[in-house]
Design a protein around this ligand. Structure first.
Ligand code: FUB
Ligand code: ZN
Length: 639
């Protein structure tokens, strides 16, 4: 690998967002999602599924107290993924095995938000949660409320299914974000104590296990970046190198039941550096691939980066929806086989697209290639944004490309497809993940190396680096226009990504095109204007994707559009887009000419040319769908 290509992302403190599109969304996250989730974590949202998250930490705190007083606490079974009043004692742990992670993600989002908007009240609330969390930590540094409440003797005995290392990873990420925002080290100190325990427990000559749900790897790299403690980086690398080695560690810890299981689900079927295809549980996958890219960069490891590139290529070109959704099948919330991208059965979990964005940024930090930021953009503006309602009070976990409400209620194969966003989920991984990504958007916009500042996303920002201060004014979504007011501190190269969807663009300066970026030499203060043509486009999908034969999608700029029953009536499958659709665009909406097929009442009849009547078809951005009650929706339309 050519080290000179390595770059780092600019951090939140260096990037202040001021953008007409994103200001609105991040304000919703700050003023609605974060306060809403604060209450959800304590089960104070009426009509929402219970979280039990804070309740578990309080219970665990009491257990720790008893242990300190020499009293032997109760034990309860650790034998399932979800614990509730119907299947366990009321004093036992409740919720999913990874319930603790919800509060850590919330704290992470709060930390990012506080970096942009100091807020003493919010800080006080987070501090209260942090006190409750830290009270629940065992004296040896261990902190996972499932095992603390239910059985202290069983810790680290089921890495494959249970989530101690996952919960740990989220704890670290939350602690780092909060520390950077407030300077308060309390949670970070606890996270380091847990990290030290993990480094002392796993490794050569220690337990040769690795996470069943990846994220600890990524988190340990971040913790190393902050603390400089090499053990953290080495343990992250150990987890990657040990994964998938034979004999499988998971077989040794699963002496009875699940020996020799299909470890593709956990990406543990073979060592990561030998993997070439994205398989298994999609969120697990992209979290692993992100860490592989981190380790490839940290150790300048060509072989590992080669594996990252093959997997990337497989996702981008064979396993990703046009919306940036990944993980097509509900069966294991997983990647399916190549080109299997059904619209009405899609899983496309919000968290999976968030993880894809993590992977994309890390790839962009290893190699200059605009595809990484292109995919990031696709996932961000479509699947990720669709994960949240306009008011920030309800969420999608699954992001289908076609919805028929009756099918969701009557067809059990489609039970995962919700026609409207839910207030909360018992398995609430997605909403807080969304909050932390949107609050940290500043970290996904720019990367830089010694000479070059790469503009990966076109978001209005004020940035400050050692090379330059730049004011970026963006009207990217509405008009494709972006302007840069550059104060040059020392000569550097500005690299502007040419978006994948754009065939025509103008840049008011001389540039050289390479790897999907326009490189511009900057040696003095100057203003640059860029215009990307955002004309409406009709996009076809490979005919290897069976679901989309004879159909097209409509896009404008980075936004994928869809049709909804609220605008176009029932039976969206009877609509056809004209070959000359005469697109009209106004205020985010696209109108087009098309046809509506007359309904056939006979189930079977002799073939005759289908009767159509002309009609206008209205398209709205995909991320907006489902905000007007239950209704049909489709991204693809016949042509
Ligand atoms: O297992 C933890 C999280 O819950 C996963 O990342 C999500 O897919 C959901 O299953
Ligand atoms: Zn999720």
């Amino acid at each position: 690998m050519n080290k000179s290509e390595f770059s780092n992302h600019l951090k939140i403190g260096e990037v202040k967002i001021n953008d007409p599109f994103w200001n609105k969304i991040s304000e919703i996250v700050r003023t609605s999602v974060i306060p809403y989730q604060y209450l959800a974590l304590q089960d104070k949202i009426e009509g929402a599924e219970k979280s039990y998250c804070i309740e578990n930490f309080i219970k665990a705190g009491k257990v720790v107290e008893k242990i300190r007083q020499g009293i032997e606490p109760e034990k309860y079974p650790v034998d399932k993924w979800e614990y509730n009043d119907n299947n366990c004692d009321k004093n036992a742990f409740h919720g999913w095995v990874f319930q603790d992670s919800d509060v850590y993600k919330w704290i992470e989002a709060v930390g990012y938000s506080l970096q942009n908007h100091p807020d003493k009240e919010l800080e006080k609330k987070a501090d209260e949660y942090i006190d409750i969390i830290c009270n629940a930590q065992l004296d040896n540094g261990y902190l996972d409320t499932l095992y603390i409440i239910n059985d202290r003797d069983k810790t680290f005995t089921n890495l494959k299914d249970f989530h101690e290392l996952y919960v740990f990873g989220h704890m670290v990420e939350g602690a780092l974000s909060y520390y950077k925002a407030t300077g308060n080290r309390k949670l970070l100190n606890s996270a380091c104590r847990f990290a030290d325990l993990i480094c002392n427990t796993f490794g050569e000559d220690k337990i040769k296990g690795y996470p069943g749900h990846e994220i600890a790897e990524m988190a340990l790299v971040k913790l190393y970046d902050e603390t400089g403690k090499k053990e953290y980086l080495d343990t992250a690398k150990f987890f990657i190198d040990e994964r998938g080695r034979k004999p499988y560690y998971y077989d040794t810890e699963h002496n009875t039941k699940s020996k020799g299981e299909n470890y593709h689900y956990n990406q543990a079927h073979k060592p990561p550096r030998e993997q070439t295809e994205a398989v298994g549980h999609a969120v697990r996958g992209v979290y692993l691939y992100s860490a592989m890219a981190d380790i490839a960069k940290a150790y300048d490891d060509d072989e590992l980066f080669g594996a990252c590139k093959s997997i990337w290529d497989n996702i981008e070109n064979k396993k990703m929806y046009i919306t940036g959704g990944i993980g097509a099948t509900v069966d294991g919330e997983a990647f399916s086989f190549d080109y299997d991208l059904p619209n009405d059965l899609a899983y496309a979990e919000t968290c999976a697209s968030i993880g894809l964005i993590f992977f994309a940024r890390r790839m962009a930090e290893n190699e200059v290639n605009s595809h990484y930021a292109d995919v990031m953009e696709r996932a961000l503006y479509n699947t990720v944004l669709s994960g949240m309602s306009e008011d920030g009070k309800s969420f999608f976990y699954v992001n289908p490309l076609e919805v028929l409400p009756i099918a969701s209620s009557r067809d059990s194969r489609k039970r995962h497809i919700k026609p409207v966003r839910q207030k909360w989920f018992s398995c609430a991984c997605c909403p807080p993940n969304l909050a932390r990504l949107i609050s940290s958007l500043g970290e996904y916009i720019y990367t830089e190396n010694d000479n070059t500042l790469f503009v990966n996303q076109y978001v209005g920002t004020d940035i400050q680096s050692d090379k330059t201060n730049i004011k970026v004014t963006s009207d990217y979504i509405e008009n494709g226009k972006v302007s840069f007011e550059i104060e040059c501190k020392k000569p550097f190269t500005l690299a502007l990504r040419i978006p994948f969807w754009c065939d025509e663009y103008t840049i008011s300066e001389k540039f050289e095109n390479k790897n999907g970026y326009a490189f511009i030499e900057i040696s003095e203060n100057k203003n640059i204007d860029v215009h990307f043509n955002t004309e409406v486009k009709v996009i076809k999908c490979s005919n290897k994707v069976r679901a989309n034969i004879g159909k097209v999608a409509v896009t404008r700029g980075p936004l994928v559009y869809c049709i909804e029953e609220a605008d176009n009536g029932k039976n969206l499958q009877m609509l056809t887009l004209s070959k000359t659709p005469n697109f009209r665009y106004k205020d985010g909406i696209i109108f087009a000419d098309g046809y509506r097929e007359k309904a056939d009442n006979a189930l079977y009849s002799n073939y005759t040319a289908t009767a159509f009547e002309e009609c206008k078809i209205k398209f709205i951005p995909y991320y907006h769908w489902g905000n007007r009650g239950e209704n049909e929706m489709s991204v693809y339309i016949r042509i």
